[in-house]
Design a binder for this molecule. Sequence first.
Ligand SMILES: CC(C)(COP(=O)(O)OP(=O)(O)OC[C@H]1O[C@@H](n2cnc3c(N)ncnc32)[C@H](O)[C@@H]1OP(=O)(O)O)[C@@H](O)C(=O)NCCC(=O)NCCS
Length: 173
Amino acid sequence: MIQTDLHDCHLRPWLHTDKPELITLANNRKIWRNLTDLFPHPYTEADADFWIPFASHTGASCHLAIVHRGRLAGGIGIIAGEGNARFTGNFGYWLGEPCWGQGIASAAARAMVDHAFTQLQFERLEGAVFEWNPASMRVLEKAGFSREGVLRKSVFKDGQLIDSVMYARVRSG
Ligand SMILES: CC(C)(COP(=O)(O)OP(=O)(O)OC[C@H]1O[C@@H](n2cnc3c(N)ncnc32)[C@H](O)[C@@H]1OP(=O)(O)O)[C@@H](O)C(=O)NCCC(=O)NCCS
């Protein structure tokens, strides 16, 4: 278990018992719209059945559940790159809508960064945020990420070709 700096909020491995809450929270177009297409919509029972065991056997990657006040709040993860990008991790997270606006994502991101740089092999964490998601840009800034640049027309999502903004944090800076 990884404690965050927010009261009663921690990260832990995904559990089979998360399934009903996972489906309820994740089945939300507003969440899907801000994530890669690997995150399904609608989010079905079959998707949860795939995700929970998958998230427990990740090799160099790391996927954890975010728990707030004893209940599942969302997910956070780092997908390890391959080959000469193997020390780079793609950083991502989502929260169920009832949990938004309480500082939970920011606390989870800070705790995950600390875990990645103290317990895992990553030298660089990066995330490309869709242009319409300033809340997530703020979350990354509050976790010490720097804005590296705009990836013009890099994403096709929800029927639109949009920019994304690359944020990154490296171990030593
Ligand atoms: C983005 C998301 C993770 C934010 O979670 P959250 O727990 O509400 O975020 P926090 O409360 O920790 O912080 C949000 C910050 O963004 C700010 N913010 C919110 N809406 C904003 C907006 N429209 N413009 C600018 N800043 C905004 C908040 O004020 C807060 O900053 P502050 O603490 O300095 O006031 C959540 O909305 C979510 O899961 N969205 C769908 C999935 C997603 O976008 N994942 C990230 C993909 S890159």
